[in-house]
Ligand binder design. Sequence first.
Ligand code: ST9
Ligand code: ZN
Ligand code: ZN
Length: 335
Amino acid sequence: MAPKEADVNGVLFESDATTPDMALPTTPVQQADNYPKKLVWRNILLFAYLHLAALYGGYLFLFSAKWQTDIFAYILYIMSGLGITAGAHRLWAHKSYKAKWPLRLILVLFNTLAFQDSAIDWARDHRMHHKYSETDADPHNATRGFFFSHTGWLLVRKHPELKKKGKGLDISDLYADPILRFQKKYYLLLMPLGCFILPTVIPVYLWNETWSNAFLVAALFRYAVILNVTWLVNSAAHKWGDKPYDKSIKPSENLSVALFALGEGFHNYHHTFPWDYKTAELGNNRLNFTTTFINFFAKIGWAYDMKTVSDEIIQNRVKRTGDGSHHLWGWGDKD
Ligand code: ST9
Ligand code: ZN
Ligand code: ZN
């Protein structure tokens, strides 16, 4: 990991003199066209069904479901979103802060509601995404086009280069956590319960919602929205937006994605400084609810050792490799 610079109010400032392993860029090797794609029909059919049912669920959300069901779906959206952003992404994939076991338990519960596979598998793919960004060993290599980076990568077998290079990836820290091991071991029981069964049963029993409204709105519509918002970070935020920190990479600052993704759209910053727990230069109250959430738990002592980057390092990097748009992204004083 990068060396510590200072330790102020529990926040560790890191130098980018050496980049963490998962941030090392590699020379892109474009072999994707030669690679025989093996379609996974089970996933194609399930995602097609999910999206058609979710479209109808969106209609029911607007015109038929009870207001309690709509609010419940929104709360589930925030909870499962945090399970991805504060849990799988910032805590487990990047180790950008540490969490005591009660917070890890909350995050693993939230993460299970999101059904994006176990946090161990999610973090393993995400480490490959950073370490081999935009090469064939990147699971959702954005140089293979918008559709591939958004959904297509989940509809085909992974590239052989990914499986080869993936053997060298160290994920022993993830397996060392009993909470993560438990989630992976019982995933096929816990995930259906958290993502589909409880979200359907709760509205029916607690406020007399119909079965179809509960299933289509709180389970399927909410799940499809969360999936697509997450995938937009891989597709839209690897395509559209400014590059104030490093103009040589595709990841970009995308405000619209950040708005829906609880603060995960400032992707040029994130790929430049992946160890910053804010995943953005600015944190609290700047379209970054995930940072507000982690800061709250830091106040009660459940989150600690949050890593960030000093202003000086950011400014140097902006001057050295930015595209000149940085002034557009300084929204007043930092929190
Ligand atoms: C989903 C995940 O949607 C979305 C992740 C998005 C990430 C976004 C990141 C952006 C930043 C964060 C922003 C968050 C914003 C959130 C906003 C919220 C408001 N390393 O995978 P297999 C090896 S999931 C090392 O089966 P196939 C390994 O040996 C949706 N090795 O490959 C492995 O064996 P094992 C629901 C690796 O057979 C073996 O290969 N889930 C790695 O090619 C086989 O692995 C689904 O739909 C690696 N990374 O199948 C399921 N990977 O595991 C989707 C593989 O035993 N997945 N190996 O060690 C699948 O069905 C399959 O994975 C497949 C590929 C068909 C895609
Ligand atoms: Zn990341
Ligand atoms: Zn990315």
